[in-house]
Design a protein around this ligand. Sequence first.
Ligand code: AMP
Ligand code: FES
Ligand code: ZN
Ligand code: ZN
Length: 311
Amino acid sequence: MKCRVCRGAAVIDVPRHNANFCEAHFLDHCREQVRRAISHWKMLDPGDRVLVAVSGGKDSLALWDILLDLGYDVEGLYLGLGIGEYSDESGVYARDFAAARGLKLREVDLRDDYGFDVPGAAKATRRVPCSACGLSKRHLFDSAALDDGFDAVATGHNLDDEAAVLFGNVLHWDADYLGRQQPVLPARPGFPKKVKPLVRLAERETAAWCVLRRIDYQVEECPMAAGNSHLGYKEALNVIERESPGTKAHFYFAFLDRIAPRFDQTEAKDALRECTSCGAPTTGDVCAFCKLVERATRPGARDVPVRIEIR
Ligand code: AMP
Ligand code: FES
Ligand code: ZN
Ligand code: ZN
């Protein structure tokens, strides 16, 4: 196996590009894919201050590393979700990465700062954990970026993530989500710009980036996500991709180029006002995050309902 660029010994193949790369040229390939994504979708301008949401996993740590390499002014934000050992360990990977490089990592902890955690919120709301988790992430990423005047929030969603979300949205013909599934969402009043610079890189490539750059990361998946449909969609697409490399990228990029513009891409038109509790944009009086905090911290919120067996 020879490197496509220098004909030296290759360390990795990227079947989607019908290419093999040596270590140095693989790292160049990753930087180039991120640079192209940023430029094609006009995600960032040179000199932008970027807040990277870092989970301690391979994607967001690779993203932080690559954005620094490309010369952006980047700080990290880690959100402690309180999902047992998984969260404790993830925080250590994020902190170690930042400390080893003298980078600034901001931290918000759901338990310390808001008095609840994701498993507790799931019980209190009787919904799947990912719903309280996603809501908290969106709200806290936005407020952290706006409070400190960042130009954009960057997340580590990669090609596999985006293709799987698209697959789910197509299976459900979810027109609202299909219209808004974009790698960049522009800033609007009360919301920062949101960008996904890794959409041109597959999961396997971000993992290889971390291995080659000696970045330790959380390899476990979130235990609360086990068995969810998103993971099933990823597996299904992987089966197809193995048979015909490139299908996944074509599915996603052709959607963005040709199909997404046919859907209504504007945000919901309901008038937004400020949450009376935290000031975030909301259609009602109190925003969804403040309602979640109230429910999840109510006395007895975590108590499991008593089941009475009648024989
Ligand atoms: P997920 O929703 O877990 O697939 O994560 C998607 C992206 O959200 C990651 O690549 C990170 O950029 C960000 N993210 C997920 N979990 C956290 C966390 N606990 N703290 C900060 N950012 C996170
Ligand atoms: Fe949000 Fe697992 S990371 S529920
Ligand atoms: Zn090479
Ligand atoms: Zn609020």
